[in-house]
Design a protein around this ligand. Sequence first.
Ligand code: PLP
Length: 385
Amino acid sequence: MEFAERVQAVEPAAPFVISNLVSELEADGADIVDLSVGQPDVETPENVIDATKDALDAGHTTYTPSDGIPEVRESIAGYLQDRFDLHYGPENIIVTPGGKHALYETMQAVVDPGDEVIMIDPVWSSYEPMTQLAGGEAVHVDTAPYDFKLEPALEDLEAAISEDTALIMINSPSNPSGMVFSDAAFEGVRDLAVEYDLPVLSDEIYAELMYGDNEQRSLATFDGMEDRTITINGFSKTFSMTGYRLGFMAAPTDHTTQAGKVHSHSVSCAANFVQRAGIEALDNTDIDGFTGDMMETYEERRDLLVDLLAERGIDMPVPEGAFYAMFPVDAEDDMEWCKDAAREAGVGLVPGKAFGTPGYVRASLVESKDRIREGIDRLEEHGFL
Ligand code: PLP
């Protein structure tokens, strides 16, 4: 069989390469401190589980309107208004199987072969492959020299813009670095988008997961951005619903009209009973209580990891949101380093190369403090630190 060049050019998602390896090792009886997976280690809220069962019992197992059930789109619009001061109506929303598909649909809708998409490193490992699958090319702006802060790299961002630029992508709080954009960073992106007349995709999937007093600001609330921002969010991280596959895009209707074609011709719609669980999650969950408890736990783990690494002479930018942390390692090939760390030390981490920042690894803070301590001890014992 012969395969399309644009598909052959893409590598499998690196976090899954490591988590598959971890699963194989575990199946062989190994004990792995698994910091490779990108999903919260807390249970989905009980009311959401109950609503899912009720929706199944009520027979909500058919197709829905392609863009989503009207009630869920209304709940999403209300949620975005209440939590982030975003003014979207139900007509601006497409409900997708995961935020990931909203990203994919956007790429397919916006990127032509030969177009460029600007992304800020370290960057989530699916943005570039999604760009390639649409026939486009990723252009990277590196923030690693600036402790993962965008402000000092705004000139680099401007230099990356060309006449082929189709889209700028931002993600705050960030997977993998956990960094949160300052107002100056958002304003810098806004100024360039307006000056060069470019759309911006703002991936806000971790918007509810902030440490301490950090607060989410949504790009579309900045002057001049409402008509040029595609906001992506979802239920996976906020409500610990990764397996439900439920997310959404909120964007001007000219965008949702085009992306909606990709949506209806690929997935038809998000699962009916899953959308109904989404209504329950948004309308009847104590979001501050749920995410507050989650972030309290992650903050303790983050502080522990930062301290344990500092004790070993490793400094790292301290994450401000999400549940990831990136630290530097001494590795020629960080994918090999991560595979060896899993096999020899029994610790699952994801290589920085997958995020455009070789020389770092990403830890998800999804194991207990004792296990994180155990993981760092093991890495040291086996000569990885
Ligand atoms: N965006 C970022 C930055 C992510 O890290 C993820 C998942 O890890 C997603 C989007 C997509 O999440 P989901 O498809 O589960 O909604």
